[in-house]
Design a protein around this ligand. Structure first.
Ligand code: NAG
Ligand code: NAG
Ligand code: NAG
Ligand code: NAG
Length: 435
């Protein structure tokens, strides 16, 4: 087991027949992943912001034994009883000032937030220079806080103050989800018309591989931060969302009796990194995805007008926004592009289309063979049948590899009429696919 020069990110796992090596070309790292000579995948990435491109991609991948469950799981208990899967809840009192409202949560979690940020800075430092990274964060990121719309600006200031973590680092923490998550979202309609919406959140690709535990370092550091947030106004629940403590945007949420929403990252040549640079340069015509999601969720009155709002959104990063409503046929995948009008794919239960699956590739494109989580989810959803679909069966689909993989941080399941949102921390038993 050897380590190439420079970083913790780069390891050679000779004992497991996986080796990862890297070559530096200016700021770009070319990372090669080699699995037992069954396949070689070369990825080049601009660390840490964007997966830029895939260079060489021969042979098998997702189907390489033993990484894929060839049979859909149907035996996973729902809800899981494992206490390690449990996620705490927090009531966010919107009647408090923005500076105050997150304080009880983030004060409690400040050590975990610091640990995660230290992991990230170590990684960035390995690629650049740690002292410089810390200085740059303060120089570039801290002033960004004051460009954010309200109440987000004051919430971020309050979080920096409550945790004692430098403002620039809290800002970084609030943007890096915009560009990195790989995920699976599913909306499905039972034959009796009940709608379900669920997702796996896969996060932390290339952010530090831990040789001993065979896990992604950042994925693991995120788990203790996970919390179900109950947004309350006047003592009443307005919405519920899954958060990492200290991250104030919404990626997964439900407005009881109105709708459900999830966001999946979309990687396109015109990536979120460019939008982010344009924001730094002063362009303010586009919105931050996580904040747009939260505004949209909080202000939603019904599915149809929300869908129109999302279709017309101008976002800083390309994204997939998946919506579920309350009535039959109300479910859609909205593909947001910074340059083109949105593409919409909808449920059509009358014509047999009773569920939608979205991973990280356009519905109109074939998923790449080295990351085909769509085929597995489609196969397992179809096998579930419309009559039987519900929380338990969907949880089983999300528990089938490679939809469950070493990046999977959580599974969240929602049912709009009940205002139900449950989140479970995930572990992927070895042998498990790295993504
Ligand atoms: C589909 O479900 C049936 C039983 O319900 C099972 O026997 C079969 O193996 C499943 N197919 C896949 C691909 O998992
Ligand atoms: C803070 O942590 C303590 C103990 O770890 C726990 O009892 C308390 O409920 C937590 N408070 C919040 C707001 O999460
Ligand atoms: C890292 O940056 C700091 C501050 O800019 C500088 O003093 C230090 O020499 C740099 N270290 C390396 C190893 O380049
Ligand atoms: C619809 O079917 C699901 C799954 O079989 C069940 O859990 C749910 O209670 C049913 N809803 C209604 C309104 O009948």
């Amino acid at each position: 087991m050897t380590r190439t020069e420079s970083t913790d990110l780069i390891v050679i796992l000779a004992d497991k027949c996986i080796h990862v090596c890297a070559t530096q070309v200016n700021c770009m790292y070319t990372v090669g992943v080699h699995f037992c000579s069954e396949m070689t995948v070369w990825l080049s990435l601009l660390v840490p912001f964007a997966l830029v491109g895939i260079l060489v991609v021969p042979s098998l991948c997702q189907d390489a034994y033993p990484y894929t469950d060839r049979v859909c799981r149907t035996d996973v208990q729902y809800p899981p009883e494992d206490p390690k899967a449990k996620v705490p809840s927090f009531v966010l009192n919107l009647d408090l000032s923005p500076e105050e409202r997150w304080r009880p949560l983030v004060k409690n979690k400040s050590a975990e937030v610091k640990a995660l940020l230290n992991d990230l800075i170590d990684l960035l430092g390995a690629f650049f220079n740690e002292t410089k990274v810390t200085e740059l964060l303060d120089d570039i990121m801290a002033p960004l806080a004051f460009t954010l719309p309200q109440p987000y600006q004051d919430e971020i200031l309050g979080i920096a103050e409550s945790t004692g973590i430098p403002l620039g680092q809290i800002v970084l923490y609030n943007i890096f989800y915009e560009v990195n998550p790989f995920c699976t979202s599913i909306v499905a309609e039972n034959s009796n018309g009940t709608l379900y919406h669920a997702r796996n959140m896969d996060f932390g690709i290339f952010l530090g591989w831990d040789v001993k535990s065979k896990q992604w370092a950042v994925t693991e550091s995120l788990k203790p931060l996970l919390v179900n947030v109950d947004y309350q106004q006047g003592g009443k629940t307005v919405a519920k969302a899954v958060h990492f403590a200290g991250y104030i945007g919404v990626i997964t949420g439900v407005k009881p009796g109105v709708l459900t929403m999830t966001m999946n990252a979309r990687h396109s040549p015109d990536s979120g990194f460019l939008g982010f640079l344009q924001w730094i340069m002063g362009r303010r015509s586009e919105q931050w995805t996580g904040f747009f999601m939260r505004d949209t969720l909080m202000e939603a009155t019904d599915y149809a007008t929300t869908k129109t709002r999302v279709v017309n959104a101008k976002l800083m990063a390309p994204a997939y926004i998946i919506l579920g409503g309350t009535k039959t046929g109300e479910g859609s995948i909205i593909v947001i592009d910074r340059e083109k009008p949105a593409y919409v794919e909808e449920l059509d239960p009358k014509n047999g289309k009773w569920f939608l699956v979205q991973t990280n590739y356009d519905p109109t494109d074939k998923p790449p063979f080295y990351d085909d989580r769509r085929t597995s989810a489609l196969k397992c959803m179809t096998n579930t049948t419309q009559k039987a679909v519900g929380l338990g069966p969907i949880y089983n689909v999300l528990s089938t590899k490679p939809n469950l993989n070493l990046l999977t941080t959580y599974s969240a399941l929602m049912q709009v009429n009940m205002g139900y949102l449950e989140t479970f921390l995930r572990e992927c038993p070895q042998p498990c696919y790295p993504w």
